[in-house]
Design a protein around this ligand. Structure first.
Ligand code: TXA
Ligand code: MG
Length: 347
């Protein structure tokens, strides 16, 4: 099967993709966070195809996308009061809420959990597609499992070529990192995954919000956020995350370059190294990819995954990465780099 990119600005293309969703097929879909791989969330046979296409572990549940806050009743029961506070403040947008699920939601979506993840995205083409499909759409990020998430239609085409008929092209993703996942099924809202809506923004509307520490769960059989236990967002190369002030981390990376040579293999022993650095701390070097200025978390978020893919295409074997401070959107960007890392060096 050939995979084609369709312009999401044309209504007829949304119609074509809605027909595929209705008939139980898969479509690459744009959202403001990252591209998704969508299927009818209420049809188990369709949902199972997502796991096969991505090579995703069946114990990693999916996010269900709806087109209006009032549609939450189709898939959620016992809606807590805090849902109204959060959906009013942040929907449509990059916030996913975990609540108790209805029986209408197949077990394949939730990996057998009694909760379901729900989000109303902001991208107009995605909202239009959900409405025209007349069903909620389950969609994980549209990358092959473990790879950097896609932020351009071209990324989806490359990862899933031959596995899906169409990718709806809604342009480059504005946010660039995935939604923030917040569990509101218990007494205290807990951030399971940092993302496009920041901790500070959530704390601005909630009396109390906790950040769940996945490391606490690694020893137990059923982690609260199943997706977080796998290595993620990772290019082919070994990734070394360098944590510390941008001055120190930039100096450290420059020293590694001097030690390893300027990029291309200089001897059998030395590996081809590359780096992901802030615009304002990067040296001129063809093996350095930049992803925004140190203080510009928005640019870092929207550039991160594309930069990791570029580093992959350069066939780097070792990638040194500067890690942003954890304020605002920097928390999500740092989280993704640390998840992609095989090693963390603290300076
Ligand atoms: O921005 C996004 O969230 C994108 C776009 C396409 O909407 N989607 C996305 O989906 O990032 P995915 O499948 O790559 O990540 C979903 C995350 C995983 O970490 C998964 O474990 C968690 O949400 N999740 C889903 N359902 C859950 C549940 N019932 N309880 C706890 N975690 C859940
Ligand atoms: Mg993902």
């Amino acid at each position: 099967m050939e995979t084609k990119i369709l312009d999401a600005n044309l209504d007829e293309n949304i119609e074509i993709c809605a027909e595929i969703i209705k008939s139980g097929g898969l479509v690459g879909v744009p959202t403001e966070t990252v591209y998704g791989l969508g299927a009818n969330a209420l049809c188990s046979d369709a949902v199972v195809k997502i796991f096969t296409a991505k090579g995703r572990q069946p114990d990693n549940p999916l996010i269900v996308h709806i087109a209006a806050p009032s549609d939450v009743g189709i898939i959620v029961k016992d809606i807590p009061a805090v849902f109204y506070t959060l959906s009013e403040a942040f929907w449509p947008g990059s916030l996913t809420l975990i609540m108790k699920k209805c029986d209408t939601v197949p077990d394949s979506v939730t990996a057998g959990l009694d909760t379901v993840a729900v989000r109303m995205p902001e991208h107009p083409a995605m909202l239009n597609l959900i409405k025209k499909s007349a069903t909620p759409i389950a969609a994980p990020s549209a990358n092959l499992s473990g790879k950097p998430s896609p932020t351009k239609a071209e990324h989806v085409k490359r990862d899933l070529y031959g596995k899906i008929q169409y990718v709806l092209d809604g342009g480059n993703c504005r946010v660039g990192v995935e939604s923030t996942v917040v569990d509101i099924s218990g007494d205290i809202p807990q951030i399971l995954r940092p993302g496009g809506v920041t901790y500070e923004e959530l704390a601005g509307v909630l009396d109390i919000v906790e950040i769940y520490n996945a490391a606490d769960d690694l020893a137990v059989d059923a982690p609260r956020s199943p997706g977080m236990k796998y290595r993620h967002y990772a290019p082919k190369a070994q990734v070394i995350a360098v944590v510390g002030s941008p001055e120190k981390t930039a100096k450290h990376i420059r020293q590694r370059f001097e030690k390893f040579g300027k990029g291309p293999k200089s001897s059998e022993k030395s590996k081809k190294i590359a780096a992901l650095m802030f615009d304002d701390f990067a040296a001129e070097n063809q093996s350095i990819v930049t992803f925004g200025a140190y203080a510009d978390h928005n640019a870092q978020a929207s550039g991160l995954f594309d930069s990791l893919r570029k580093l992959d295409n350069m066939n780097a074997e070792v990638i040194y990465a500067q890690v942003p401070d954890e304020k605002g959107l920097g928390f999500a960007v740092a989280n993704r780099i640390l998840k992609a890392a095989t090693t963390v060096e603290k300076l």
